[in-house]
Design a protein around this ligand. Sequence first.
Ligand SMILES: Cc1cc2nc3c(=O)[nH]c(=O)nc-3n(C[C@H](O)[C@H](O)[C@H](O)COP(=O)(O)OP(=O)(O)OC[C@H]3O[C@@H](n4cnc5c(N)ncnc54)[C@H](O)[C@@H]3O)c2cc1C
Length: 510
Amino acid sequence: MNDQNEQKSYWLSADSEPEYPPLEESHETDVVIVGGGITGITAAYILCKQGVRVTVVDASQTLSGTTGHTTAKITAQHGVIYDELIQHFGAERARHFYEYNQQAVDWIRTTIQEEQWDCDFETQDAWIYAESDASVPQLENEIKAYEQLKIPYRIEKSLPFSIQSEGSLVMENQGQFHPVKYLKAMMGRITAMGGKIHENTKAIDIHEGTNIQVTLEKGHVLTCQHVIVASHFPFYDGLGLYFAKMKPERSYLIAGPWQGNNTGGMYISIGQPVRSIRFFTMNGTKGILVGGEQHATGQGKPMHLHFEALREFAKENLSAAADFTYQWSAQDYTTLDKLPYIGSITNRHSRILVATGYRKWGMSQGTMAAQILSNRIIGKSEHKSSLFDPSRFHPDPAIKKAISINADVAKHLVKGKLEMPSINLEDLPSGEGAHVSWNGQTIGAYRDDKGKICAVDITCTHLGCSVNWNKAEKSWDCPCHGSRFTVEGEILEGPAMKPLAVIQTEPADQ
Ligand SMILES: Cc1cc2nc3c(=O)[nH]c(=O)nc-3n(C[C@H](O)[C@H](O)[C@H](O)COP(=O)(O)OP(=O)(O)OC[C@H]3O[C@@H](n4cnc5c(N)ncnc54)[C@H](O)[C@@H]3O)c2cc1C
């Protein structure tokens, strides 16, 4: 397989048509949930079980966002994190973070058992390993943190397969599953309980008065008492300035058959480049998934090189891995202090709730967010969930990070406009996209295999940074806040609410 192959997530490989109809009329309900990923669907399920009337709307197909492109490890072990959390928040709050995540892991396991959902759930251990001597001090500090927080653990000297390791920290009884099977089963239960789900239904605005009104793209309005903004990047900001306090990062995954022993376990390295590995049931046999190569969205090397690096790693270290028939990438957001934002979108909007910023650990954190927000709606909020309040401000390390994220944004605001592209539009080869010169200006252009040009204004419609060409996924990606657009300029994901302006470089067809 090479970069010309189609990018397809294994979880979404069983092609399916949209199952839920678009919303074609205004209506009134108790709670509107914007976004059909793990956060929105889990919240809808919990609320429906409490007798709350719920409407879920998704701009596209449910589960086609990051949830359909995850590694789907379900764990409270989020790489090395607990030592850092103790330093920034103290031991008590670091322990709360662990408890919330472990409860989410247990809740998923119990719910699957009770509902008897067939979603390839397996209890598995989560491993962090030091791939070299340089990572050993971090591993040792993390072990001390587990000790201090009374998190059960086990230490292993080597990994149960051929990858070099200088020691590992294992959290037992975690889990993994097929996220799409799990959430499709959950959606079946939601609608059976009377909940409503609508695909291809985009929310574009929220107004809070006595009631809350969610405006949809086609002009219909949903009236409700609470909204949960579960759109990954919040589609509505409410002056919460989420774009200035979250950083989008893309990562890559390859998956294929595994011909070694039935190893099991979920692994992540400490040092750079991070490598993440897990095994899974692939069409009835054993499969392996290898991930890593993260970078700020729109700022990496040519994307196909990331897939090649993962393949090279697998070839050198995992002799029993065969051809990787699936490859895909996705992005997730990290907050200034690495804890998610879960709660009121701002202090002024107590009934507009948000959940985002899972730092690539959204299976447990999306579930925990759904529990926290649902509890809040039914009047059972817990004081300790204020740890995730989006309006929190912890000066260390927040200020330094905010400055560095926004300095990086400032650089990209001007960069694309100052640099002259190295090629003219007429020299752009077929199948390629790039910044090109055309009529004395810099534009973004893609030439398809038949020679037809699609050209766009490279100014991101979110806040004006210059979008960059993503060769592997044939998209325009914004390096500032992670918005992504198709070759025709249509929105794929991120905070942008308007498509890129299309530029006519060829006479329109007569
Ligand atoms: C490569 C990678 C690997 C990962 N691996 C793991 C892992 O092993 N374990 C783990 O715990 N986490 C992992 N994560 C993180 C996890 O997958 C995500 O944090 C989680 O899926 C996010 O879920 P979500 O519900 O918040 O968002 P999404 O799944 O992105 O859902 C948001 C939905 O909102 C919809 N939407 C957006 N805007 C609008 C709008 N205006 N109106 C209506 N709908 C809208 C979108 O169409 C989308 O369907 C990984 C992430 C990446 C990128």
